[in-house]
Design a protein around this ligand. Structure first.
Ligand code: F0G
Length: 360
């Protein structure tokens, strides 16, 4: 029998690439991977020109399940497996569920996901289901679902794979390693959407670790700019939002689990966490798709919305370098895209008719 051919020059995934830096991952943990990470840093020249800065998108929507969650999920699931756990559980606005379901399938462990009923984009729901997770819609919002997931994990001895699991943060911090490798330094500003606040916590940790590793380095840490949706902006207002509401369903969260981490990231970095309206989010979402050719999901556009808003207020320093995390792919939520445009009516199958539609 011939041995399997070796696949050359492939990115090996987050665990294989970054294992020495993943604190808390057992040495014997298997490399659970779908080759997540190594996402492109895509220049956004039109956004940059509009605001007088160099702007790049770290397009996390190009991870295997279409969101940044994969970076941390592979680590959390690998550790669950190493500990002999047979099942993982999470609450989710959709992307965590899709990622948990995929990595659990990969690792051969069971997966339960608790979702706010009727509030999860179809692409994400379809992923969780097709990967074989047990999907439990609850008549409640994400914050209540997370409470239930925490209790279930405690009582039934399951591993909770929300970002309150420190292994998730360890994996997600690697985004900052990649940004620094790509730019040769940190950007001046790193802008991203904030929901449950794990991701801003993780990126800030990654930048600090990277700088410590480079011996203090010749580059400065970035300011962390977080964007919350105006109807779901507990960190901005300073109090829990009981009934969060926004079209950006991924960040429809009223009581973020990593609230303290986000506040530290903001304050230690000299950054900011501000609200953007649904209109601002949708306008950034359309702009990215139509002007830059980059299709992200609505929540992901919140960071760009904040950047544009602050540029209009003259609050983006001239000629600075900005990285915006685009957290999820636009195909996660095609309904939202369709709702933004006018659906074309069909024409007769004649050359005249199709040419006429093109205005020829
Ligand atoms: N963008 C997208 C596309 C998300 O799915 C999320 C979170 C965020 C931003 C916010 O990241 O929670 O680390 O501040 N989604 C979680 C989920 C809550 O269940 O999929 P965060």
């Amino acid at each position: 029998m011939s041995s399997a051919p070796r696949v050359l020059n492939q990115w090996p995934g987050v665990i294989a690439e970054f294992r020495p830096f993943l604190a808390g991952l057992s040495e014997n943990a298997a490399n659970v991977t779908l080759q997540e990470g190594n996402t492109p840093l895509i220049a956004l020249p039109r956004v940059g020109e509009a605001i007088g800065a160099s702007v790049y998108a770290k397009f996390e929507g190009l991870n295997p399940t279409g969101s940044f969650k994969d970076r941390g999920m592979c680590v959390a699931v690998a550790q669950a497996l190493a500990q002999g756990s047979q099942a993982v559980v999470c609450a989710s606005t959709g992307n965590t569920a899709a990622s948990a379901a995929a990595y659990a399938a990969r690792a051969g462990v069971r997966c339960g996901v608790i979702l706010p009923e009727g509030q999860v984009a179809l692409g994400k729901l379809s992923q969780a289901l097709i990967h074989g997770a047990t999907v439990i819609p609850v008549r409640a919002n994400f914050d209540v679902a997370l409470l239930l997931a925490r209790q279930l994990a405690d009582q039934a001895g399951l591993v909770l794979v929300n970002s309150v699991n420190p292994l998730r943060i360890q994996g997600q911090k690697t985004v900052a390693f990649e940004v620094v490798s790509a730019l040769g330094r940190a950007p001046d500003i790193h802008c991203l959407p904030v929901g449950n606040a794990g991701n801003i916590t993780a990126a800030w940790l990654g930048y600090r670790e990277m700088r410590a590793r480079s011996g203090g380095g010749s580059w400065a840490l970035p300011q962390m700019w977080g964007a919350q949706a105006a109807g779901a902006a507990p960190i901005v207002t300073g109090h829990v939002v009981d009934a969060p509401e926004t079209i950006a369903s991924a960040i429809r969260i009223g009581n973020p689990a990593s609230w303290a981490g986000a506040v530290s990231a903001r304050d230690e970095s000299g950054g900011t966490i501000e609200a953007v309206t649904d209109d601002e989010i949708l306008s950034a979402y359309r702009y990215l798709a139509a002007e830059e050719g980059v299709f992200c999901e609505p929540a992901s556009a919140a960071g760009v919305a904040l950047l544009m808003k602050k540029a209009h207020l003259g609050e983006v320093p001239a000629d600075c370098t900005v990285v915006v995390t685009l957290t999820g792919h636009g195909l996660k939520d095609p309904d939202r895209a369709i709702a933004q445009v006018e659906l074309p009516s069909p024409v007769d199958p004649s050359l005249d008719a199709v040419a006429a539609r093109l205005g020829l």
